[in-house]
Design a protein around this ligand. Structure first.
Ligand code: MRU
Length: 364
């Protein structure tokens, strides 16, 4: 499978038997600099996830899977005895599960790697490590296919012409493929729709301004950047016909956690009678969470709010509120676009069926 969906590579396994690496575009530097990290140690991959060098729910899951594989492939190349394989695998799974708390794709990928390791018990360490590497590559390939299917299901929902608002970055930089929300836009453009992308800046870390606006420019998608507090006015002016965002975790009832500010956008859409869509693979659905109440929300450091790219913009010592995500209640969502179709309210039945379909597809 062609794993490079765009002109850049979000995350990749560099297969060199003696010198394996996980390569990723360093999203902290975009859009000013296009530089790649070559992680040779699993801890470098974990740190890249923590510090958002790689971010976005599906991309985090893929990076974690590659990180686990990297740890075992390297250790085996250095002579890891068979009886130590499982202990190392367990500690690597724990390392990656502790990197970020909200995106359930991370835990889903870690669990896939655990099951893969368990299935290979009794084989040689070399076979087992290669099996983990292949599983991580499969996770990546599956995400590419999911993004394309999400695009195919989502594009017809968008108008033939008009403005579509998106928040944060749910593009190729956030996935293994063409993106989820931005993937829907890419597919809609490919159908010949005359859309204009409105990109929320997405404070505090500016994923919209730095990443989505950059992706739009790379692909020639017409786009306009706005600061988050301008969305209401833009809608009142009639410029927005639909909104589409990604998700980090979708509860069984359809409540969807996504980048902080998504809830506000959804409320604005409701008021202005604009459909608000969530686009995400079924790997983002967490049936164990009955509602959004159970979704853990990551709190990040105060400096992300008090400083902008290293420049202090608030008085030292001020109290700071910095949740990285919020939960959009299902009642505000017109549809959840997955690789198996569009889930509609009351969501539970459709989400259950789509997760089961995805599990069945993977069993072959
Ligand atoms: O903190 P981030 O940048 O990892 O947050 C990312 C988002 O909120 C995305 O919208 C979400 O992960 C979906 S990515 C396809």
């Amino acid at each position: 499978m062609q794993r490079k969906a765009q002109s850049f590579e979000t995350v990749a396994w560099v297969d060199d038997a003696t010198h394996p690496r996980v390569r990723m575009i360093d999203q902290r530097l975009l859009p000013v600099e296009t530089a790649y990290l070559a992680c040779e140690e699993p801890e470098e991959v974990a740190e890249a996830i923590r510090t958002l060098a790689v971010r976005g729910a599906p991309a985090i899951g893929i990076a974690a899977a590659y990180g686990v594989a990297l740890a075992l492939v390297r250790a085996v190349a250095q002579g890891l005895p068979a009886e130590q394989f499982d202990a190392l695998l367990t500690s690597e799974l724990q390392r990656f599960a502790a990197t970020r708390p909200t995106a359930v794709n991370l835990f889903w990928a870690v669990e896939r790697m655990r099951l893969c390791g368990a299935r290979s018990a009794g084989q040689t360490p070399m076979h087992r490590a290669r099996g983990l590497r292949d599983e991580a590559l499969r996770i990546h390939d599956e995400d590419i296919a999911c993004c394309l299917a999400i695009g195919a299901h989502g594009a017809p929902l968008l108008p033939d012409a008009g403005g579509v608002l998106t928040h944060c970055n749910a593009g190729a930089l956030a996935t293994g493929g063409q993106g989820t929300a931005v993937g829907v836009l890419r597919s809609a453009f490919a159908l010949g729709k005359h859309l204009h992308v409105y990109v929320d800046e997405t404070r505090p870390l500016l994923q919209g301004a730095r990443l989505t606006a950059w992706e739009c420019a790379q692909d020639g998608m017409p786009a306009t950047l706005l600061t988050d507090n301008m969305a209401a006015h833009l809608m009142k002016l009639g410029k927005v016909q639909a909104a589409v965002v990604g998700a980090d975790r979708i509860a069984r009832n359809g409540d969807s956690a996504n980048k902080i500010g998504s809830y506000g956008v959804a409320i604005l859409c409701k008021y202005h009678n604009i459909p608000f869509y969530v686009a995400a693979p079924t790997t983002t659905v967490d049936l164990a969470c009955a509602s959004g109440e159970q979704i853990p929300i990551e709190e990040r450091s105060a400096s992300e709010v008090t400083h902008l790219r290293g420049v202090q913009i608030a008085p030292a010592g001020v109290g700071v509120f910095n949740p990285a995500f919020d939960v959009v209640p299902a009642a505000l969502i017109a549809g959840i676009i997955t690789e198996h179709g569009v889930a509609r309210a009351p969501f539970t039945q459709d989400l259950d069926a789509m997760v089961a379909q995805a599990a069945a597809a993977r069993a072959f």
